[in-house]
Design a protein around this ligand. Structure first.
Ligand code: Q46
Ligand code: ZN
Length: 306
């Protein structure tokens, strides 16, 4: 197998593009894809202050590495979820990457914010950890971005994450979610940062190859609560299809974006306001996070009022 750019010995096969690269040309290809996604969807400009959410896994750390190499103005944010063992290892992995690259990392602890960790919040609210975790993440990422003067929240969702969410939304005809699924969700309120996903065309395998080539010290372990999640089932199903027909995932994603207007009618006209308790953006008088906090008696730090 020869590299399609330099004709040297190829070591990474990218089946979705019927291509193969040597390590150096693969890095160039990976960075080019990211730059192209950022420009095609007008995600952000080269100087905008970006807040990149990092978990310590291969996707977010590869994206961090790539954005630094491409010269973007990026600060990383790690949320310590308080999940025994896993959260310590995640935090330390992010810290060692930041130290290795001399990059800026901020760490926020769910326990310090609410007085309870994710497992405790879940137990007290009688919800599954992922449901509580998703809500807490959206709330804290946005609040941290707005208060810190960041225009954009950047996440490391890759093509596999995006197509598995798409399949789940289609299987259950979640038309409201389908209307909102996009690699660039613009800000619709001064207290709402825009959200972007520059890796949305790159597979999990490509992110892994990039992380290995760049010697990124990522955490290979998954969150213990991810086990058995339906998204894993959807990813496995899509992997079977991709194996038999390479390029299906990318075509599925791109086709959806092309036909997205089909779901426009399901896009609800929501009027955003500020939560009466914490000042964060919400559709209700009191935001979902404050309602949860009140119900279970957790603490919340009151944000700076703008
Ligand atoms: S939602 Fe659930 Fe993840 Fe939170 S509790 Fe772990 S698996 S980290 S992406
Ligand atoms: Zn609130």
């Amino acid at each position: 197998m020869r590299c399609q750019i330099c004709r040297g010995k190829a070591s990474v096969e990218v089946r979705q593009h019927h291509a193969a690269f040597c390590p150096n040309c693969f890095v160039e290809y990976f960075l080019k894809q990211i730059r192209r996604n950022i420009q095609a969807h007008k995600m952000f400009s080269p100087t905008e202050p970006l807040l990149l959410v990092v978990s310590g896994g291969k996707d977010s750390l590869s994206l961090w590495d790539a954005l630094l190499r491409l010269g973007y103005n990026v600060t990383a944010l790690h949320l310590d979820l308080g999940i025994p063992g896993y959260s310590d290892r995640s935090r330390e992995t992010c810290k060692s990457f930041a130290a290795q690259r001399g990059a800026e990392l901020r760490i926020v602890s769910v326990d310090e914010e609410f007085g309870l960790s994710i497992p405790e919040l879940a137990r007290k609210s009688r919800r599954v950890p992922c449901a509580v975790c998703g809500r807490v993440k959206r709330y804290l990422f946005n609040r941290y971005a707005v208060e810190g003067g960041f225009t954009t929240v950047v996440t490391g969702h890759n093509l596999d994450d995006e197509v598995s969410a798409l399949l789940g939304n289609l299987l259950h005809w979640q038309t409201g979610y389908l209307a909102r699924q996009h690699p660039h969700l613009p800000s619709t309120h001064p207290k709402l940062a825009k959200r972007v996903k520059p890796l949305y065309t790159l597979t999990e395998r490509e992110c892994l190859a990039y992380a290995l080539i760049q010697r990124i010290p990522f955490l290979a372990e998954e969150c213990p609560h991810a086990e058995g999640a339906t998204t894993i089932l959807y990813k496995e199903a899509l992997n079977h299809i991709e194996e038999a027909s390479p390029g299906t995932k990318l075509a599925f994603m791109k086709g959806f974006l092309k036909h997205k207007d089909l779901f426009k009618a399901a896009e609800e006209e929501v009027k955003l306001k500020e939560c009466a308790l914490c000042g964060q953006v919400t559709t209700e008088d009191v935001c979902a996070m404050c309602r949860l906090r009140e119900r279970i008696g957790a603490r919340v730090k009151i944000s700076k009022r703008g």
